[in-house]
Design a protein around this ligand. Structure first.
Ligand code: FAD
Length: 442
């Protein structure tokens, strides 16, 4: 049987996953990416002779498909990622909590972590145990979606637990504050991490830049198997022809049997407008920003742990939610800190100069390290459309557009996960699987 020729538009993690999966399943892949750097929202950024990322990322042991595809393209997740047991640690003396899961099988790792957690009262621990057992009993499902805040109220979670655990977890996972976040999606994430086997709850922190963590190797794999990859190629039109599909950019005009559109929803909407206007209209989503502030200090400066949660409080202009010591991940980045502010619209509204001043004040105080006040250089990267706003009952389109040979992939398509690397990779693989099944139909 002739190999179907498939154009994939966009080489983010979804597009790269689709390209690898289609290659494995025997398709002839043509991957087209507008940017010169592969990886989309999870890509490397060069600055001051240092390789940064578009944003500090963290993966979970539950990222089954991502870890699997990394191996297929020849990477070793155990080398590329630092694996840490589940933890929510605030700096000592900053008034937060310290919870770390031991290397025990599930569910004992969580039970032990809660029992031994510092900074939580007996009432907090009982509320947490009540939540976990009720969620297990409900099989991490809700009949009717609601906000995460409503869910936490329903289970009488204490003010301290919400502040130090649920709120930061919800913002980190869904990039949407609990008052607006979907409880169904939040429970999906908890089911696959806290509710699954112990290693699924592990936190995996990249030791290398995000483009080389998967997209670069994915592209090498595709090329090695006869596929073609064009970076710096922005697709302008997708047209349906008698034979199949035609994809055009300024420098390329390609006839193919099928197309996977793996751009963010806004660009997918523009490409679909003349083909399926109703679907194109439905892709107008609302977004949440994420800001990462990189701070370079003297190489000798390091934190007592690789990363910490920090107490944010917008009313007091405390914006930072997590800090990562990149020097503990990669010796070439000694002295480099990555400070994360998710759902950062309020923080960025005041401008980078003020934001920088407030961030260094907060981290120096919380970590009790005055040296953090004076970075040698800094770089603030704000991604305004970092993720879609993950609200209750959100419409997310299927991979199959309903037109033969035309599929969507991306973190925003219908799947259990919020906008994450795993959601993007699963979507790319699923689009590839459905496309190949369809191409085998008579
Ligand atoms: C700052 C930040 C922090 C994050 N933190 C985490 C985290 O800790 N953990 C986690 O799991 N997830 C995190 N995410 C989310 C994660 O990065 C995304 O969910 C994921 O990268 C989305 O991948 P994607 O392939 O669906 O889309 P994208 O990455 O947006 O890829 C789409 C690609 O399409 C290309 N494109 C667009 N239009 C065209 C066109 N016309 N022609 C050709 N190419 C085109 C774009 O250039 C882009 O490369 C974070 C995101 C950001 C921004």
């Amino acid at each position: 049987m002739r190999k179907p020729a498939v154009a994939i538009i966009g080489a983010g993690w979804a597009g790269c996953a689709a390209a690898v999966e289609l290659t494995r399943r025997g398709a002839q892949v043509i991957l087209l990416e507008a940017s010169r750097t592969l990886g989309g929202r999870a890509r490397r950024v060069e600055y001051q002779g240092t390789t940064l990322d578009n944003g500090q990322h963290i993966l979970l042991g539950a990222y089954r498909d991502t870890l699997h595809l990394m191996q297929i393209v020849g990477l070793r997740p155990s080398e590329a990622l630092l694996r840490l047991p589940l933890q929510m640690r605030y700096p000592a003396n900053s008034g937060g909590m310290d919870l770390q899961a031991p290397h025990l099988p599930a569910p004992f790792h969580m039970a032990w972590a809660v029992l031994r957690a510092k900074g939580l009262t007996i009432a907090d621990k009982l509320a947490l145990a009540r939540f976990s057992s009720a969620a297990q009993w409900m099989r991490w499902q809700l009949n009717v979606d609601c906000t995460v805040s409503e869910l936490l109220d329903r289970f009488d979670q204490t003010e301290r637990l919400v502040r130090f655990m649920w709120r930061p977890l919800c913002i980190a996972a869904l990039n949407t504050p609990p008052e607006r976040a979907s409880a169904v999606v939040f429970l999906n994430v908890l089911r696959d991490s806290l509710g699954a086997h112990r290693s699924a709850s592990d936190m995996l922190i990249p030791r290398r830049d995000l483009s080389s963590l998967f997209p670069d190797a994915a592209v090498s794999y595709v090329e090695h198997h006869g596929g073609q990859v064009y970076a710096g190629t922005q697709v302008r039109t997708v047209m349906c022809t008698d034979q199949g599909w035609r994809v055009q950019s300024d420098n390329l005009d390609q006839e193919v049997d099928a197309v996977v559109i793996s751009t963010p929803p806004a660009q997918a909407s523009a490409l679909l407008m003349d083909l399926i206007p109703v679907l194109a209209e439905s892709l107008q989503m609302t977004y949440e920003p994420i800001t990462t502030c990189y701070l370079q200090y003297a190489p000798e400066l390091s934190l007592p742990a690789v990363f910490y949660a920090l107490q944010d409080d917008p009313e007091k202009h405390r914006w930072a939610q997590f800090i990562f010591d990149r020097g503990q991940l990669d010796a070439l980045q000694a002295g480099l800190m990555g400070v994360v502010i998710s759902a950062s619209s309020e923080a960025i509204a005041q401008g980078n100069a003020v934001l920088l001043a407030e961030i260094v004040l907060q981290i120096a105080a919380d970590l009790d390290m005055p040296a953090l006040l004076n970075p040698q250089w800094h770089r603030i990267i704000s991604e305004k459309r970092a993720t879609f706003s993950c609200t209750p009952n959100l419409y997310r389109p299927k991979n199959d557009t309903g037109m033969k040979g035309l599929f969507l992939a991306g973190d925003y398509t219908a799947n259990d996960y919020p906008a994450t690397l795993e959601g993007a990779v699963r979507s790319g693989r699923e689009a590839a699987r459905q496309l190949m099944l369809q191409s085998e139909e008579p």
